[in-house]
Design a protein around this ligand. Sequence first.
Ligand code: S3P
Length: 166
Amino acid sequence: MVLFLIGFMGAGKTPLGHQLAKELGYTFIDTDQVFELRFKQTIAEYFAEHRESSFRREERNILESVATVDNVVIATGGGLPCYKDTMEWMNQHGTTIYLKQDIEELYERLSPQTQHRPILKQKKGKALEKHISNLLNERKVYYEQAKFVFQGPVISPKTVINTIIF
Ligand code: S3P
């Protein structure tokens, strides 16, 4: 079984992914972490030297290479499902789970962390909120193709497991 966690930055994919993997006895993989290990630099450093299109191509390659592991929970970068046919590809190769958060919650979580997130471009206040809202509007058409959607600031691993497995 391959579980793909998708959603906007700050949605909680990495912490929930760790918890799910622990409960299920699966391996946990974070595509951002694999990216940084493979390129030996942070994503922010990579963005400073390359175009966003190279990042998207490389993160898709990473996704395809890690999804070959069996019994795995994969937390994906927030923009990955929106690249070309990635959403369709994930739906063919595993179970997609969208962690949905509202704009206010995302803003609260992301406003202290814009420095190391190139996509947020160090925006602050109202400009940041507007940027999150615009991006989320562009991306939700992809995210909403997920097989399962869980919403709310607190998503329990037990609820996810009971819903997707039983
Ligand atoms: C991005 C999200 C980040 C990371 C990169 C781009 C995005 O991952 O892949 O900074 O475009 O939304 P997280 O969603 O894990 O923060």
